[in-house]
Write a protein that binds this ligand. Structure first.
Ligand SMILES: *[C@@H]1O[C@H](CO)[C@@H](O)[C@H](O)[C@H]1NC(C)=O
Ligand SMILES: *[C@@H]1O[C@H](CO)[C@@H](O)[C@H](O)[C@H]1NC(C)=O
Ligand SMILES: *[C@@H]1O[C@H](CO)[C@@H](O)[C@H](O)[C@H]1NC(C)=O
Ligand SMILES: *[C@@H]1O[C@H](CO)[C@@H](O)[C@H](O)[C@H]1NC(C)=O
Ligand SMILES: *[C@@H]1O[C@H](CO)[C@@H](O)[C@H](O)[C@H]1NC(C)=O
Ligand SMILES: *[C@@H]1O[C@H](CO)[C@@H](O)[C@H](O)[C@H]1NC(C)=O
Ligand SMILES: *[C@@H]1O[C@H](CO)[C@@H](O)[C@H](O)[C@H]1NC(C)=O
Ligand SMILES: *[C@@H]1O[C@H](CO)[C@@H](O)[C@H](O)[C@H]1NC(C)=O
Ligand SMILES: *[C@@H]1O[C@H](CO)[C@@H](O)[C@H](O)[C@H]1NC(C)=O
Length: 433
């Protein structure tokens, strides 16, 4: 994720540390739709109360400086899922306004306001809103721009046009960047603005492109997208971003600076990286099933299985805290050093695991079990503090709220809980149906 540098003298919001005892933690009954819905809506209400900035015309959430645009994108995707999973339309107008305000003049989530520092992965996290909207047949952005002039005769600002435009950006950048590592997208696509991030080919970026191609393949049935998904997976495996074996892991990235050529990987493991490849693989499983490509489908089933086993092994069951099966960010939570980006990563893994349960029904029960244990502890980390709900970051700490709350902690807790409602969503749509 790239970010704007904090303006000089900008105030830095600290972690909100509260020691308000006794506080009543949220207690979710994971067998009850009413309880999960109620808990989700309380967490989202708390998140919006503290972090929604109604005076911001751009539709960003209130965030610590330096300012993280991508977090607003993933935040709105949680609001979109919430709206679909519950039929509660309380935030729908804000959601559509925010997406409209950030889509940019080329309808690809590369708005002028972010130009120069926006990275491929930042763009992807906004794009996921368009893909989710397609999948759930969600309201289009109004008013329609250029009716009939967009992809397949849609509006130029239709979800299909936006998703296709962004996919096409990635394709052209892939070719632009292919002098190193035999392919792969760079993290940053603007060298002048961000020379460091420019020489790194990473998993959140390439996994984002992979996931986008796979979701478009499933949605449209168009094999061009499926071909790209296969190419990106193969490239990711060849350079070692995806590890092989029954337990698959996804590492952070590889440098293509100088003569590095992706020969050495940075093997940090973050939950959102494995989540993004899982979501893509699950969509390819569904696509190959729809197309009756049974050999290929068996391959994608194995890949989903490997990623789930890897996620279970690496991101569930922390070594302390008597919390077997509770999701945690293993690279930073044990030392309480997660930064503003990192506290949000679990929201991605929970969100995409849940959608995988729908796409690959043979893993449904395993996934629901993993999410249910996690959701209980995530809810128990939320307490009412002086009229505002706050959710903690380390769900495995025995006594509920751990005193560390911020946007990412709230978002992760929301996704952990509301993901249990994924089967309440309408059947995933397909183009033309
Ligand atoms: C959740 O349930 C509690 C207790 O039944 C109720 O007081 C509250 O209004 C509900 N909240 C929402 C947002 O549904
Ligand atoms: C809310 O948005 C406005 C307009 O963009 C901005 O000036 C203000 O600083 C934001 N508030 C916070 C708390 O970030
Ligand atoms: C890089 O992309 C160009 C098209 O822009 C293509 O001709 C070339 O074969 C590609 N090279 C690799 C290594 O993929
Ligand atoms: C860089 O890596 C790619 C793929 O691994 C390989 O095909 C290419 O020959 C390498 N280039 C150099 C200069 O070593
Ligand atoms: C499939 O998608 C590609 C990439 O967007 C597009 O160029 C092509 O026209 C599509 N095929 C059909 C049959 O629409
Ligand atoms: C346009 O629609 C056709 C028929 O539904 C579909 O096959 C094709 O993939 C669509 N094109 C794109 C770019 O999505
Ligand atoms: C661990 O958690 C289980 C289930 O919540 C509980 O029954 C058990 O007493 C706990 N053990 C310890 C040592 O805290
Ligand atoms: C996850 O790992 C635990 C061991 O930590 C194991 O008991 C459980 O069966 C695994 N779940 C899945 C779905 O692999
Ligand atoms: C939402 O409303 C629609 C239309 O009334 C209904 O079909 C659907 O079941 C509802 N979904 C949920 C999660 O309540």
């Amino acid at each position: 994720m790239t970010r704007k540098v904090a303006p000089t003298g900008a105030s830095v919001l600290p972690f909100i540390t509260l020691f308000v005892l006794p506080a009543v933690a949220l207690d979710v009954n994971v067998k009850s739709v009413a309880s999960i819905t109620n808990t989700s809506s309380q967490i989202l209400e708390g998140l919006m109360k503290t972090y929604a900035n109604t005076s911001a015309s751009t539709g960003g959430f209130v965030q610590v400086q330096p300012w993280y645009w991508w977090l607003s994108g993933t935040g709105w995707n949680a609001v979109l899922d919430y709206t679909v999973y519950t039929n509660d339309t309380a935030y729908k107008a804000d959601l559509l306004t925010a997406l409209n305000n950030n889509v940019g003049a080329n309808y690809d989530f590369a708005p002028a306001e972010q130009s120069g520092w926006e990275a491929n992965d930042d763009q992807a996290y906004w794009l996921y809103n368009a893909l989710t909207a397609l999948e759930y047949d969600f309201d289009e952005i109004q008013p329609c721009v250029g009716e009939g002039l967009g992809v397949n005769g849609t509006c130029q600002n239709s979800w299909l046009s936006i998703a296709t435009n962004t996919f096409n950006d990635y394709v052209s950048r892939w070719f632009h960047d292919n002098a190193t590592c035999g392919g792969g997208l760079k993290w940053q696509y603007n060298q002048a603005a961000n020379p460091n991030g420019y020489f790194y080919k990473n998993s959140v970026t390439n996994g984002g492109f992979f996931q986008t191609a796979a979701r478009l393949a499933r949605y449209t049935g168009n094999s061009t997208y499926a071909h790209w998904a296969g190419t990106i997976w193969d490239w990711s495996a060849a350079v070692g971003l995806i590890t092989s074996g029954a337990r698959t892991n996804v590492v952070d990235g590889a440098s293509d600076s100088g003569t590095d050529n992706c020969t050495a990987v940075n093997d940090d493991k973050w939950s959102y990286n494995i989540g993004t490849y899982l979501m893509g693989a699950a969509n390819m499983y569904a696509y190959t099933g729809d197309q009756a490509l049974s050999n290929q489908q068996a391959t994608w089933q194995e890949r989903v299985s490997g990623l789930l086993a890897g996620a279970n092994h690496t991101f569930f069951s922390p070594p302390t805290g008597n919390a077997t099966g509770v999701m945690y960010e293993q690279n930073c939570e044990l030392t309480a050093e997660c930064n503003t980006d990192q506290t949000s990563f679990k929201s991605s893994l929970a969100r995409w695991m849940a959608k995988t349960a729908v796409l690959v029904p043979s893993f449904r029960d395993d996934i629901v079990a993993m999410l249910a244990t996690t959701a209980q502890r995530a809810a128990a980390s939320c307490v009412d503090a002086s009229g505002s709900l706050v959710c903690g970051q380390r769900w495995w700490i025995a006594d509920g709220y751990d005193g560390l709350t911020e946007f990412g902690s709230m978002l992760s807790s929301l996704d952990a809980v509301q993901s249990l409602l994924v089967e309440r969503a309408p059947q995933l749509a397909k183009l033309g149906n």
